[in-house]
Every structure is written in C-alpha cells, then in structure tokens.
Design a protein around this ligand. Structure first.
Ligand SMILES: Nc1nc2c(c(=O)[nH]1)N[C@H]1C(S)=C(S)[C@@H](COP(=O)(O)OP(=O)(O)OC[C@H]3O[C@@H](n4cnc5c(=O)[nH]c(N)nc54)[C@H](O)[C@@H]3O)O[C@H]1N2
Ligand SMILES: Nc1nc2c(c(=O)[nH]1)N[C@H]1C(S)=C(S)[C@@H](COP(=O)(O)OP(=O)(O)OC[C@H]3O[C@@H](n4cnc5c(=O)[nH]c(N)nc54)[C@H](O)[C@@H]3O)O[C@H]1N2
Ligand code: SF4
Ligand SMILES: [Mo]
Length: 723
C-alpha cells in the first residue's frame, strides 16, 4: 500500500485564488513563461507572462487554448484496465493500488523469466521538465535495470554534428539578430516552431537585414522572407559545400580566421573542389545562378547568421549536412561575432548533473540500448535476448509519431506484450495498453524548465490540484519504486527535493549557475544563466579536443565516419540512397502502382503542423479548427500528371503503408515534393476514415549519425482516390 500524501508532489489542497507562474512544458525552443489565474482551485485564465523577456506577454496559437486541454472532457481521471481485445481501446476503471500491484506482478514475472532488460520505457517530449522528463526517464528505470531508450527521433544527428564540429551547443540569442545583416533560415520554420523568434526577425528585416529561407516548402516563415530558395529535400549538404566552393573560388573566404581557428581547412578545401555550382545545382534542383547568388549574398553580409533546427536533418545524411552547414560560418569568420555564426540550440550551456539525475553509481549496469525509431521492428523480434516483453510509455505517443506506424501497430498488437501507458488522454498508443494510468497536466505538477532557444530558467508552480486521480510522471515512478521494493531515498524525494538536489549538484560545476538557487527560481519567475554579454565563442576558443572548429574531425574518423563534411548520395556503408531499407520496409509499392503510367514517386516531407506540437493538441477543439482537414500539398504539375484536382482525396502510398489525404494543389511545394504535416491522430481516421496517419508511410531507416530518424526521406506514390 502506498500513502498518497507521501507520494505526491502536487498540492493536496487547492490554492484558493492566485496568479500562478509556470513554464510552457512543450517541445519548443521558446519555453514561455505562463501565468495561470486560479479562482477557488480552478484555473480560469491562462496567458503569457509580460515579464518574461522572450514570451513578452503572448503565447502561440497551440498553447493559448491550454485550459481547453486541461479541462478537456476526454481527460483520463482514473487508472484503467483493458477489457476488450488488444488495440480496441476498451477499458474499465481500477484503483491505483490495483494498477500498480498488477504492473508489479507482471514485471516480477517478466524479470524472473527474461531479466529486467525485457522491460522498455518509451518516453519523449510530452514535457521537457527536469523532474517530469529527465529524472523520470532515468532513476527508476536505471535502478530496475530496464532497457535504455536511444532518444534519436528528433535532432540527434544535428546535435552530434554540432558538438563534433564546434564542441558545444551554444547559440546566438534571439536579440542578437539586431546586429545581423543577413539571416539564413535553413530547413527551419520558426513562424510555427519557434514563434517568439519572429518579432526579432521582423525587426531585423525592417532595419534592412536580408532574410533568406531555404526549404522545399513555402512555409509561413518563407512567405515573410526576402528570398525563398527551395532545394530538393535531403540535398542541403551538397548545397552547403557548393556555397563553400563558390565563396572560395571568388576569394570571399577568410584565410586568416581559418588558419587561426580551424582544424582541417586544407582537407576541406580539397573536398569542396568536388562541388562546383553546376553539379550542386543539378543535385539540389536549383538554377546554377541561385547557388552562386546565395553564396555571394552569404559571404558579403557581415554579420550573417545561419539559423537551423531539426527538420533539416531528418534524412539519411542529416549529420553530414549539419557538419557542412557548420563549416560555412568558419569559412567567412563569423563565429564569435554578435549576430553572426550559427543559431542551432542553447541547450549546451546547461547540462544537468548526470550523476544526480541518473544515480548510476547505485544502479546495476545500464541495460542494452533500443533505438526509439525502430520500435515496431524491435517489438517484432529485431531486439531479442531478451525480447521486449513489457513496454511502459509516458509523455509520448509512439503509435502516432514513430515512423513506419503500421509496423509499430503490429508490434503493439502482440498478445504477450504487457503495455502500460501513462497519459492525459486515450491516445492512439493508449488504445493498445493493458493498463492506462492518468497523468497530470502541466498546471498540476511541479517542475523546472530550461530552454533550447534561450537561456532563462523557469520554475513551474503547480496551479491547481490534480484532476481526478491523475498523478505526475515522477509520482508514478515513486509508486512503482515502492512497489518494486526499492528503498533508495532518491526514489522517494518529492519533486522540489529532486530539483534542489540536481540544481545544487549542477551548480557545483557550472559557472553559468552562479547565484541561481531554488529559492530565487521559486520567487523570481525566470532566472537567467550567467552567460555574459559576449557572443558564443567570442574568445575564439571552441570546446573541442583541439580547441578549434573541427572541419576535420578525428573523433568522427575514429568512429568510422567520414571525418570531413560530405554529401555522398550514399549511406555511410556505401549503399546508394535510398536503397538501404531494413527488411520488411521496402518503399516500392505494389505492381498495381507501378503499372500506372507516368506515376513517378514523389518525396514526402512531414513538417510541423502550425497548431499542434507533434501529436499534442491533435485532439484540441480550437487547434483542430485552426488546422482544418488533413492534407497533402502537391505541385500543380505533379497533380496534373496524376489527374489530381485541388480538394480531391488522394491515396499516398508506398510499400510500408498508405494514408488518404485531401489534396492541396499549390506551387508552395517544389515539383517532385509533397508535404503533409505531422501530428494527426490515427484514431480520428484519415480521409477515408481508416485509422491511419502519414506515419504509415514514413521510413524507420536510421540516418548517418547517432541513430537519427529519417522522416523526411520518404518516397511515396500518389493517386486520386476513387469516389
Ligand atoms: N507548431 C509546431 N511547433 C513545433 C512542433 C510542432 O509539431 N508544431 N514540433 C516541435 C519539435 S518536436 C521540433 S523538433 C521542432 C522542429 O522545428 P523545425 O525544424 O523548424 O520544424 P520542422 O517542420 O520539423 O522542419 C522545418 C522545415 O524543414 C523543412 N525540410 C524538411 N526536409 C528538408 C530538407 O531536406 N532540407 C531543407 N532545407 N528543409 C527541409 C520542412 O519543410 C520544414 O518547413 O519544432 C517544435 N515546435
Ligand atoms: N512524420 C513525422 N513524424 C514525426 C516527426 C516528423 O518530423 N515527421 N517528428 C518527430 C519529432 S521531432 C518528435 S520530437 C516526436 C515527438 O513525439 P512525442 O514525444 O510522442 O510527442 P507528442 O506527440 O507531443 O506526444 C506527447 C504525449 O505525451 C502526453 N503528455 C504530455 N505531458 C505529459 C506528462 O506530463 N506526463 C505524461 N505521462 N504524458 C504527458 C501528451 O498527452 C501526448 O500524448 O515526433 C516525431 N514524429
Ligand atoms: S509552444 Fe512554444 S511558443 Fe507556444 S507557448 Fe509553448 S513555449 Fe511558447
Ligand atoms: Mo522534435
């Protein structure tokens, strides 16, 4: 039996009437400061904090209707046990004691027969908090000896590439765009995915700064740019090397800077000789004049800033592509300059103390690693010895968001798989659960948030008591720990004690946390990391092994990668793209398809939806209204070749699966490319009412670095749906 008052980090008695500070927990670089107006224990108002410098008093359209999310009629309020067939989503309420007891019984049986590695926790970005994400991903599972999840679904290749090249993920603050003369937004759509960057961008543009967007799709951001360049998806590595070629050819590079601050310039110089503009233009599907003009524009504006995010690198060469892009600011000496260089992520400034988060020293050796992008295959036997016998999902919705969704569904249907899903809603994934546990929303839990778009920390005070019997991730971890007989004090602490411990341990080694205390965080709203006013790398030193920008990376060479930025058109092991498809994952559709004359494959990209955060808010009334029907954008020439008219239902298919979407015929995508936003819930039905979304077609092949997902490298065939 567990004592609920002992094991809850949320207030038992409702706050009466208050204005409560919080942080937006969603996967977004802006990490907004929020204010919750509470009357008689109920949240009645929700808005952006005017005192938060990035938020500036406004929230994006995804999160503005947050109270609809918190008080959604479909919120889960009790634990549930499956009563119907697997996957049917039929459940009956049970008590927490029954739920935790049953999980414990099943796990003890599985551990006795297969060992703890047969249990796989699967979580990702439902919340980005220190307690509810980082610590909840670590401690309990490490103590249990469960399998480790390789968290490579989002931006690992870029992260790896930036760290291998520059040594750290440090980035120019949004406000430094006040100094930029040119801003290149490359494979990134901040108007949707980093909305609080946009006012800075508009200000810069008003001042005369040139804004270029490089994206196969004319996104909301591209529409505001001075110039939109639309290369073929996955060819940006070639484009970057081609820009370097032109810059060097025309003598616009900075030899002195390269000599002083880089390793491998002679080698890179030899490499870029292979990328003359004519060749690059052909690879990228761009006019050769555009490649030359882009290079000149970049090299003749100082400071010039390149801003990237993660969409750019969700392809088989995402890592090398990011390396090639990282080389450009070095080529023209932009690193260390205010308003110049590279803006990728600020998350490297502060990394929470790993020992305090994970407690490895007091745990059994880490379990084997399972790549989250290979979930379907892993459940179906790719991972064996031991096989995965139990899956515990929290803060993620893999049935909707993981690639090759048909295979994921097949894996989740396994009768002998014991699946637990901790959620706010009966998502696509929860429908496959044996036990569903109700989760608190961000208004009902304690946490501390750091950001990846800026350097402000913000404490999230719980504003209202948990809805129904819902519990936070960490509260459930503590109950599971008690059930499994783990007596370690670090599995019993409340959320605030966890924050205090991790903060203290991190502050002991990070100068950026000087004077940052839990007390300040709780009372001051946001607290800034002590980075100082200088631009990143202003001292000309890079935290790489050589202390310089590693254009040539000995570490990558040692790891078996090409040590120079490259665009090879082949996988790391030499196979041509996109031939290397894992077994059971062929792209070729049926013969029926190939028989259709003129039916060439198209490249399907699946960018962020404007009104959802991946699948979060995919069940929100306001957000669904904003987003409209599930569509696929197709160029008029490609539509005409297939007899597809604007508004038609079209089948988007490949060998992995199919989804029916409404056609939007538009020159907003380049010929050969189709685009359908990520984030729809399959259970809401596609255009034909089939329980599928676009991930039924996406590939679970892994990219060049760090086990990266490759969502945007996906060949599909389109045809008009018969009426
Ligand atoms: N509104 C909204 N905001 C979000 C999210 C969301 O779902 N919705 N998701 C959050 C998450 S999880 C993340 S990781 C970030 C991602 O933030 P972004 O990286 O900005 O978002 P994406 O839409 O994934 O990708 C950006 C752009 O890359 C383009 N693209 C795709 N392939 C290529 C390519 O090969 N080359 C080039 N040049 N462009 C390419 C797409 O068309 C898209 O417009 O956003 C976060 N914010
Ligand atoms: N086709 C395609 N698919 C993609 C991508 C793409 O580009 N194309 N992008 C990928 C990327 S970048 C990412 S990051 C992933 C994101 O995929 P996920 O990490 O799965 O993110 P969400 O879809 O937002 O789902 C989060 C779930 O967590 C739940 N949740 C929220 N807060 C909590 C909490 O405190 N506790 C618990 N227990 N649950 C909570 C929410 O209700 C929601 O169902 O999607 C990937 N999927
Ligand atoms: S999703 Fe991003 S922009 Fe929207 S409220 Fe959250 S942090 Fe702010
Ligand atoms: Mo992501």
């Amino acid at each position: 039996m567990t004592d609920p008052t002992l094991l809850t980090d949320t207030p038992v008695a409702p706050a009466d009437t208050a204005l409560v500070r919080g942080a937006c927990p969603h996967d977004c670089p802006d990490t907004c400061g929020t204010l919750v107006e509470v009357v008689d224990g109920r949240a009645v108002g929700f808005r952006g904090d005017p005192d938060h410098p990035i938020t500036d008093g406004w929230l994006c359209g995804k999160v503005r209707p947050y109270l609809e999310h918190v008080y959604h009629p479909d919120r889960l309020t009790t634990p549930l046990r499956r009563v119907g067939p697997k996957g049917a989503g039929q459940f009956a309420p049970i008590s927490w004691d029954e739920a935790i007891g049953e999980i414990g019984d099943r796990w003890r049986g599985i551990i006795a027969e297969y060992g703890a590695e047969a249990i796989l926790p699967y979580s990702y970005s439902g919340t980005l908090g220190l307690v509810q994400m980082a610590v909840s991903n670590g401690r309990f599972w490490n103590r249990l000896g469960a399998s480790q999840l390789e968290r490579a679904i989002c931006g690992d290749a870029a992260q790896y590439a930036v760290e291998r090249t520059l040594g750290a993920r440090w980035a120019v603050p949004y406000a430094d765009t006040a100094h930029s003369q040119a801003i290149f937004i490359w494979g990134h759509n901040p108007a949707s995915t980093a909305p609080h960057f946009m006012p800075y961008l508009k200000d810069a543009q008003r001042r005369g700064c040139v804004v270029v967007v490089i994206d196969p799709k004319r996104t909301r951001t591209a529409r505001t740019a001075d110039w939109h360049v639309a290369p073929r998806p996955g060819t940006d590595g070639a484009l970057a090397l081609g820009l370097a070629h032109v810059i060097v050819n025309e003598g616009l590079h900075d030899e002195a800077w390269l000599a002083a601050h880089t390793v491998g310039w002679p080698e890179l110089r030899a490499r870029i000789a292979d990328f003359p503009p004519q060749r690059v233009a052909a690879i990228c599907g761009l006019p050769v004049e555009d490649v030359v003009r882009l290079a000149r524009l970049y090299a003749t504006h100082t400071p010039s800033l390149i801003k990237i995010a993660d969409g750019l690198q969700r392809n088989p060469m995402g890592g090398q592509t990011t390396r090639a892009i990282c080389a450009l600011p070095a080529l023209i000496g932009q690193y260390g300059m205010r308003g110049g260089g590279l803006a990728y992520s600020t998350s490297g400034y502060l990394q929470w103390d790993g020992a305090a988060i994970n407690k490895w020293a007091e745990c059994p050796p880490p379990g084997r690693v399972v790549n989250m992008n290979r979930l379907g295959a892993a459940l179906l036997g790719e991972v064996s010895d031991p096989p995965i016998m139990s899956l515990y999902v929290f803060a993620s919705n893999p049935a909707a968001i993981a690639p090759n969704a048909g295979l994921v569904a097949q894996g989740l249907m396994r009768d002998d798989l014991f699946t637990v899903v901790h959620e706010l809603f009966l998502t696509d994934t929860a429908d496959y659960a044996d036990i569903v546990l109700p989760a608190t929303s961000n208004l009902e839990q304690t946490d501390l948030h750091k950001a990846y778009g800026h350097t402000l920390l913000r404490y999230n005070h719980p504003a209202i008591p948990p809805l129904g019997q819902s519990l936070s991730n960490w509260d459930v971890m503590r109950r599971l720990a008690a059930e499994m007989g783990f007596a370690e004090p670090w599995l019993r602490q409340d959320a605030e004690a966890v924050i205090d411990e991790v903060l203290t341990a991190t502050a002991a080694r990070s100068p950026f946390l000087r004077d940052v205390t839990l007390a300040r965080l709780k009372t001051e709203g946001q607290v800034a990391l002590q980075i100082g006013p200088e631009a990143p790398f202003a001292d000309g030193r890079f935290p790489t092994p050589s202390g310089q920008v590693e254009l040539y990376s000995a570490r990558l060479a040692a790891e078996g990668h090409d040590p120079l930025p490259n665009y090879s058109g082949v996988w790391d092991d030499g196979e041509p793209l996109p031939e290397r498809e894992p077994e059971g994952n062929r792209e070729q559709p049926s013969r029926r398809w190939r028989a259709v004359q003129g039916d060439e494959p198209l490249d399907l990209i699946t960018p962020a939806a404007h009104h959802f955060v991946t699948s979060s808010f995919g069940n929100g009334r306001s957000q669904l209204r904003g987003e409209g029907a599930a569509t696929v954008e197709i160029h008029p020439a490609d539509a005409a070749a297939r007899g597809i008219a604007h508004g038609d239902l079209v089948v988007v298919e490949n060998g992995r699966g199919a989804v029916t979407l409404r056609a939007v015929v538009t020159d907003g995508v380049r010929p050969g490319v189709v685009a359908a936003a990520k984030g729809r819930w399959s259970k809401h039905g596609d255009g034909r009412g089939a329980p599928r979304n676009v991930n039924w077609t996406t590939s679970d092949a892994l990219g060049d670095f760090a086990g990266q997902s490759t969502f945007h490298s996906n060949r599909v065939w389109l045809r008009k749906e018969r009426d």
